[in-house]
Design a protein around this ligand. Structure first.
Ligand code: DPP
Ligand code: ZN
Length: 874
């Protein structure tokens, strides 16, 4: 398909104000009747024909306009569109009926069945697979939806909005329910569910005293796993009132968990549909990471009610308007619910591991792209996570007070509208009185800016000087870049770690706003050279290169009152040592001295007052992906793997007694509580276990196995199994077997088991993965299983996916081609593993290219896969 361009946006020629739908759920004979109240848009082209979008649709019966059948000569219909060249001039009602077979819908877009439950997914362009429509986010309509189904098969019938009526259909086993959504919404927020589901009920009283009924619907027998999600929902509702003044607006809020879902969850108005991974949790089945994932995704989808639904996007180029902002909001929520510094560290780890990689490779694109061939491929870390960083930088730049004023203005001014980034930013320039034109480059320029910082000290004048230099690397389609607005939070420390309060020459308090390519800042009248802590809390989403002397680093590791930067200093130092080791392993250079790392780790371990969650972060080495990104070119994943293992082994050799003592002191007493404090201690325990077993020998296997068998919760169990699975041993296979029989039939739990095995850094893993594809609990039609096993191998196993013989790449290529016929979105997602293929050393790079070419040449590909493969190869 040809590219859609932002510059070619045109307002719709027609508008739809209201839709009456009647959906008869009846297996392969499912029918959808839609009556749309249409009118010409006075802003549109006066003589334009009416063109409705469709995708794979079949019309059942004639088209009617205002109750009269339209002659066949007056319209043309195809699977992808319905055209009425000369519709009535005044407002009219168009009625059409489509015939659907939801069970045959393997793309999981539109109306489909998941374990028998009828459900929908319409973002971005799924509604056009249900009926012909103006399926674009700037066409907002109210909906009344009648759903009819067999009562035994689908006792639960849900749609958006408030319930209006329900009843039996006399003389049959069937029943119906009618839902009305009074808030105009774009079609991508439409949802409908019909099935036999269990319900968890609760209620919430809003800030103005209205009672809202809350419901979470899950498979029968799983109600007791939905309690945490319900609790997270109520906390989200309260938090949005307190922090953003946002109140919920319908009488009911429902969440339905389904097991086959392309994404994490979907924010349909009043009826969120979730991947069950982000709803179901119990101490026996879910890890702390699962619990915090549930908390974050429940909050994220709920927050969309205002940022996404009440104010939506004008077009899909503006996706970050709702996603970046809503990720920012859910990250703030998590920071308030848990530990702020720990949340920041883990968000930044995630940003660097995925978004920075994306920004540095063939898939790089601006936070607001300007062209796309398949919008599904733009639900990316750049739109979501970098989009959130842009909001955070905006807040840092204008201050919390102006930021809140700007948000209030945005809600007030654009409620009920489909808005743009320009309109959003205008609210903040008005609220702050600041010109944000240059700031908007964050939306249009791709690539991660690099900032080089050089410090100097003039003893005689008592002047400390910081010279800054920024550059944004070229990215596909953008060869040259302009300087960005980069907000750098900083603090100067004097002796003993006391913060110094001295004005800098740019005068912005403890904030430097770098907006030129070069800049120089002076601090005058200082008695001694201060120590600079820069980009505190990762205030700007950049690559920062500093020339901090070793002594300053040690000082900051000890005294910085910004926990993020304390972590960063240690990460940077460890990264440097590991990169030197990688070079040494690939040459005849001597191995670097890791004594400073050992000393730093020892100091962290000795710091008993430290939050265990923070200590866990401090003791976690930069990941293989982090190191590959820092190395940037000619990457050898085996050398990276060995360098990390070697450093862990020297840490163990030097600190074994301390590590063991701390490990033994860190057990968390039962019963399991999924709170931040317990999660932090458990995270630390597994990080320590990983270090304690770094010799990877039989004794190591026994230590990990002991934690595995004694665990009374899934976090400790899977933590131990993850460590054990890296050690080639009989015990590993015993533990894996025990886990599989304990959780047989529970796909969600077995996903962890699939992913762990897929990540084993051994030559036999590819065969193991192929064997596991035959496992009775694996299925290519379930996106979660595919992501765990195949995605786990491609994205979680750097040494085996990139095997120099090319078999890892070829395996992925074959599966992408096969999956593409069933579910293009899931197939395309897997290609993310190729985002860094060009940075590999030549042998692996050639094999990666071969695999990509094989996909490209394999015939009829979906738009999704075709788009990514051709971008990867450009
Ligand atoms: N809009 C969904 C979300 O990010 C994804 N389709 O919440
Ligand atoms: Zn979202």
């Amino acid at each position: 398909p040809s590219a859609v361009k932002l510059s070619e946006y045109r307002v719709p020629d027609f508008l739809i104000d209201h839709v009456e739908m009647d959906v008869v759920l009846d297996g392969p004979a499912t029918r959808v009747s839609a009556r749309m109240s249409l009118r010409r848009n006075l802003q549109g082209r006066p003589d334009a024909p009416l063109i409705l979008d469709g995708d794979d649709l079949r019309l059942s019966g004639p088209l009617e306009i205002d109750g009269r059948a339209l002659p066949l000569s007056d319209y043309s219909v195809a699977a992808q569109s319905l055209v009425i060249p000369a519709p009535p001039e005044g407002p009219f009602e168009l009625h059409l009926v489509t015939a659907l077979d939801p069970a045959a819908n393997t793309k999981l877009m539109g109306l489909y069945r998941s374990s028998g439950t009828y459900c929908t997914q319409c973002e971005a362009e799924g509604f056009r697979r249900i009926t012909y429509f103006l399926d674009r986010p700037d066409v907002l309509a109210t909906y009344r939806v009648r759903i009819e189904a067999d009562r035994a098969e689908a006792p639960i019938l849900l749609s958006n909005g408030n319930p209006e009526s329900a009843g039996s259909i006399e003389g049959t086993d069937r029943h119906f329910a009618v839902w009305h959504d009074p808030f105009p919404k774009p079609s991508y927020l439409f949802a409908l569910v019909g099935g036999d589901l269990a319900q968890l009920k609760d209620s919430f009283r809003t800030m103005s005293g209205r009672d809202v009924e809350l419901g979470i619907y899950v498979e029968h027998g799983k109600q007791d796993r939905a309690g945490y999600a319900m609790d997270a929902l109520k906390r989200s509702m309260r938090w949005d009132e307190e922090k953003f003044g946002r109140e919920y607006d319908l009488d009911v809020f429902n969440i339905v968990a389904v097991s086959d879902f392309n994404m994490g969850a979907m924010e349909n108005k009043g009826l969120n549909v979730f991947n069950d991974k982000y709803v179901l949790a119990s101490s026996d089945t879910a890890t702390d990471a699962d619990y915090s994932g549930i908390e974050a995704v429940i909050a994220h989808e709920y927050f969309h009610n205002w940022t996404g639904n009440r104010i939506t996007c004008r077009d899909w180029f503006q996706l970050c308007l709702k996603e970046g902002l809503t990720v920012f909001r859910d990250q703030e929520f998590t920071a308030d619910m848990r530990s702020r510094p720990v949340e920041r560290i883990s968000d930044v780890r995630g940003l660097r591991a995925v978004q920075f990689m994306e920004d540095a490779g063939p898939f790089a694109h601006p936070v607001r792209p300007e062209s796309y061939r398949e919008i599904n491929n733009f639900y990316t870390a750049t739109v979501y996570e970098k989009g959130a960083e842009v909001i955070r930088m905006l807040k840092t730049l204008i201050g919390a007070e102006s930021f809140r004023k700007g948000m209030d203005l945005y809600f007030e001014r654009h409620d009920g509208q489909a808005a743009t980034i320009e309109q959003f930013i205008a609210c903040f320039s008005e609220a702050s009185g600041r010109n944000l034109d240059q700031f908007r480059l964050w939306y249009s320029q791709a690539g991660t800016p690099t900032v080089r910082a050089k410090t100097s000290w003039d003893e005689a004048g008592g002047t400390f000087t910081l010279e800054l230099e920024q550059a944004v690397p070229p990215t596909p389609g953008q060869d040259t870049k302009k300087p960005m607005v980069i907000p750098l939070a900083y603090r100067l420390f004097g002796e003993n770690g006391t913060p110094l309060s001295v004005e800098n020459s740019s005068g912005d308090g403890e904030l430097i706003v770098l907006s030129d390519a070069h800049s120089r800042i002076d601090w005058k009248g200082l008695p001694k050279r201060p120590v600079l802590s820069l980009n505190r809390g990762f205030s700007a989403a950049i690559n920062l290169q500093t020339d901090l002397p070793e002594a300053d680093r040690l000082f900051l590791a000890r005294h910085d009152d910004d926990a993020f930067n304390r972590w960063q200093v240690l990460q940077t130092a460890t990264t440097e040592v590991l990169i030197k080791s990688v070079h040494a392993l690939r040459s005849t250079e001597p191995m670097p001295d890791d004594a400073p790392q050992i000393e730093a780790f020892a100091a962290a371990l000795a710091h008993t007052a430290l939050d265990p969650a923070l200590l866990a972060q401090l003791l976690t080495l930069p990941s293989e992906a982090d190191l590959a990104r820092e190395i940037g070119r000619d990457v050898d994943p085996d050398a990276i793997y060995n360098a990390r293992l070697r450093l862990k082994q020297s840490l163990l050799a030097a600190l074994e007694d301390d590590l063991r003592a701390r490990y033994e002191a860190t057990s968390v007493p039962a019963p399991y509580v999924p709170d931040a404090a317990g999660a932090g201690r458990r995270a630390l325990r597994t990080v320590l276990l990983d270090l304690l077993t770094a010799r990877r020998d039989e004794r190591s296997a026994h230590i990990a196995y002991a934690q595995f068998v004694s665990a009374d919760n899934q976090t400790d169990r899977i933590g131990a199994l993850a460590v054990l699975s890296q050690i080639e041993s009989r015990l590993r296979e015993d533990a894996l077997d025990a886990f599989a029989s304990r959780f047989a039939g529970d796909g969600l739990v077995l996903d962890k088991w699939f992913a762990l095995q897929a990540s084993i850094p051994e030559a036999g893993t590819l065969e193991r993965v192929q064997r596991l594809m035959q496992h009775p609990d694996f299925s290519l039609s379930n996106p979660n299983r595919v992501r765990s096993l195949i995605g786990g191998f491609a994205s979680g196993n750097p040494t085996q996916f990139t095997r120099p013989d090319g078999q890892g790449f070829a395996f992925l290529a074959d599966n992408v081609v096969q999956l593409d016929r069933m579910n293009p979105q899931v197939a395309a997602r897997l290609l993310g593993a190729f985002r860094t293929w060009r940075a590999l050393e030549p042998v692996r790079r050639a094999e990666a290219e071969k695999a990509l070419r094989k996909i490209a040449e394999s015939g009829s590909l979906s738009a999704d896969v075709n788009d990514l493969v051709s971008r990867a190869l450009t």
